[in-house]
Ligand binder design. Structure first.
Ligand SMILES: *[C@@H]1O[C@H](CO)[C@@H](O)[C@H](O)[C@H]1NC(C)=O
Ligand SMILES: *[C@@H]1O[C@H](CO)[C@@H](O)[C@H](O)[C@H]1NC(C)=O
Ligand SMILES: *[C@@H]1O[C@H](CO)[C@@H](O)[C@H](O)[C@H]1NC(C)=O
Length: 507
């Protein structure tokens, strides 16, 4: 081989390896993720695509709905007595925590009611069986009620107890399960209650349990195959982005037979995502966004009723590690797998630092069993005291990343901010927050969620452009990169696709 040809070969090889490193970011030390979240796809968030819930019968009565019931005869609310034996009374003039019942849905007409201390409403099997108490820790047949709604006024409820009688409010303020027959739905009918609700979560639990085991598989399959498609990956790659962060729920590891009410199919959709990512040279960050038991009690961690149980036992932590193990075993060989995020937004104080660090150490090892290259992302605890609190364990890890989410929302601090004050907050405060977690020999820093949206009303397109640009400038200092929340959303500013198509953001 003459010198000329070997030089040319060398050049070709160099160009080729540069291309590979540019494409996959494995070799280039300056590589940074510019990603978008695929929120609301493999893990439901009702506000991202409300129409997903449209076909659910009694869709205002989903799991976790907070409901209050006022007797039409006494004009008083039902409430649980908080002291001693927890009887349900019908004499409360105002409705607050102890007058709020959380629904567990069995089917569209059948429910359990949970009171503020976590107990379930049922008939008093220990005493007078027509009395209504909140005693059970787990609901059974004595805690299962039917709701009957007035057909031309859905706010009017009658509630049939497991003994076959309707509940009624006695004038003395007691609630009993001994009303027989049909009182005619009028204001003199002691078995009629007016329902009011402050809503509830609208996540994967609600949508799948709301549709029920026969319809949910079909509805979810349709959603997964249409909400994000191959063309979206093409669009993402064409518009200056190099990665996607994909939120998933823990039941994905149990496909094709996930525990009820979750349904099969999100794993197949994730397989597609990897195929498309490989085709369009995009990187993938798998993000365990809903851990078993829920790590924050919000709909996006698939809570049933707002409760937060994740991390309370070693078995629960081991179950979560098994999900990471499963995902890595399946995708570690893909050239597109860039990072695995062990858990999204664990919330303090429900999630303790101790259980989180225990999980992070075990989760890290699970990733390393399959890949020495994949980055391991750890989310800071929300409402934790110190964003560096896990740094003493990440110090011993390779390719560790710390994930922080920055929104100019969800706090009264932002209520009256002007455009410029919002931008100043990014430039001063967020910049400082980001520096605090971006330290030499520390984990890499990742702004894994942000959005060009604020509390401000009536801002102009130019205001949004400036706000987005200010964030892009500051987030460019994150050593791992950033990810916009989210790609598709009926709320336009929350959709990066819309923001790019309408000239609000250019990456
Ligand atoms: C409501 O009724 C219960 C049971 O009869 C009674 O103990 C309680 O004091 C009453 N509360 C009010 C506010 O009247
Ligand atoms: C890490 O530091 C926290 C306090 O910030 C402490 O509670 C925890 O035990 C430490 N963990 C290890 C593994 O050193
Ligand atoms: C933002 O930073 C400025 C300057 O350091 C400080 O005065 C202000 O209190 C901070 N604002 C908030 C809401 O933390």
């Amino acid at each position: 081989m003459n010198l000329y040809i070997s030089r040319q070969l060398l050049t070709i090889c160099l160009v080729f390896s540069c291309l590979i490193s540019l494409c996959y970011g494995r070799v280039n030390p300056h590589f940074k993720v510019k990603a978008v979240n695929l929120g609301g796809w493999l893990l439901t968030e009702g506000w991202i695509k409300p129409s997903l819930f449209d076909g659910i019968p009694n869709k205002d009565l989903l799991d976790g709905t907070e409901m209050q019931l006022k007797s039409v005869t006494t004009g008083k609310f039902l409430g649980a007595e908080s002291r001693g034996r927890t009887i349900i009374v019908a004499n409360r003039s105002a409705a607050s925590e102890w007058e709020t019942f959380l629904l567990w849905r069995i089917n569209e007409n059948t429910f359990n009611f949970r009171v503020f201390n976590g107990k379930f409403v049922g008939l008093d099997t220990q005493g007078n069986v027509i009395d209504v108490v909140a005693a059970a820790t787990v609901p059974g047949s004595s805690e299962t009620f039917q709701i009957v709604r007035k057909s031309n006024d859905l706010s009017r409820f009658r509630i049939k107890a497991p003994n076959g009688f309707f509940l009624q409010a006695k004038s003395a303020g007691l609630l009993t399960a001994d009303y027989d027959g049909d009182g005619g739905w009028g204001d003199d009918d002691p078995s009629v209650f007016v329902f009011q609700s402050s809503g509830g979560p609208r996540g994967e639990y609600q949508v799948t349990n709301g549709y029920g085991p026969h319809k949910a598989p079909q509805v979810m399959k349709e959603h997964w195959s249409t909400f994000i498609v191959e063309d979206d990956f093409k669009f993402i790659a064409k518009n200056g982005l190099n990665a996607v962060r994909i939120p998933v729920g823990w039941w994905i590891a149990h496909d094709p037979t996930p525990p009820k009410p979750f349904v099969s199919g999100s794993l197949h959709a994730l397989d597609n995502a990897f195929r498309w990512a490989e085709k369009y040279k995009l990187l993938v960050i798998i993000d365990l966004h809903a851990a078993p038991g829920s790590q924050n009690g919000w709909e996006h961690s698939a809570t049933r009723d707002g409760s937060q149980e994740w991390g309370k036992t070693d078995a629960n932590i081991a179950q979560t590690v098994a999900v990471i193990d499963f995902l890595c075993a399946r995708y570690a060989k893909s050239p597109s797998l860039h990072a695995v995020e062990l858990i999204n937004e664990p919330r303090a104080p429900g999630v303790t630092l101790d259980s989180l660090n225990k999980y992070y150490s075990a989760g890290y090892k699970a990733v390393r069993k399959y890949s020495s290259k994949a980055y391991v992302i750890m989310s800071i605890r929300l409402y934790g005291t110190d964003a560096r609190e896990s740094f003493n364990i990440t110090g011993r890890m390779k390719r560790a990343v710390i994930d922080v989410h920055y929104y100019n929302l969800y706090s009264n601090v932002f209520n009256d901010m002007t455009v410029q004050q919002n931008i100043n907050f990014i430039n001063a405060n967020r910049s400082q927050d980001l520096s605090y977690v971006t330290i030499p020999h520390g984990p890499l820093s990742f702004v894994g969620e942000w959005v060009a949206e604020w509390q401000l009303q009536g801002a102009t397109k130019e205001d949004y452009q400036r706000f987005a640009q200010a964030q892009l400038n500051v987030w460019s200092r994150a050593t791992f990169g950033w990810a916009y929340w989210t790609f598709k959303n009926v709320n336009h500013h929350w959709s990066l696709e819309w923001m790019i198509n309408n000239g609000y953001i250019k990456v």
